[in-house]
Design a protein around this ligand. Sequence first.
Ligand SMILES: [Cu+2]
Length: 183
Amino acid sequence: MFLPKGVTRSWTLAACLLAFNVPAWASPAHTYDFGQAASAAKATRTVEVVMNDMSYTPKSLDIKAGETVRFVLINKGQLLHELNLGTATMHAEHQQEMLKMQQSGMLTPTAIKAMPAGAMDHAAMGHGAMSGMKHDDPNSVLVEPGKTAELTWTFSKAGSLEFACNIPGHYQAGMVGKLTVSQ
Ligand SMILES: [Cu+2]
């Protein structure tokens, strides 16, 4: 898709909405009103979160608006898990995307696979705006069993969020915690 100069925010929003209606999980560049990804060097605090099969330790997190938090995720379970920062509504939407990934065979119980080249080409032709047919949301990280990963995020304002795993069935099984950002 070719964008004219002066692309508006509404076009970007339309692309975001469209992403839920096409057989793809690629996310256009979303922005988040509760903050943005940051480099680990900017972190003012490090929080370790252990991923177990269907729960997190700790179970809830309290953060102050303005803090940049480096999350260190340690997967001690037997399954692939995610840490995704967002509202309950965002998690519900992301669960639909991850279900499609699972149905396509891209998401296995223990790993995430790259898309076959043919599928990538096909997607690129049909949905030029949907660059990157992969799980690349900046507010999310997937961690394979036995592995450790990081995510650094600046929380810009107070609010009630959740940290959650949106791999099909995990959220419902209890893999979600309250993330309270206070003023
Ligand atoms: Cu999980």
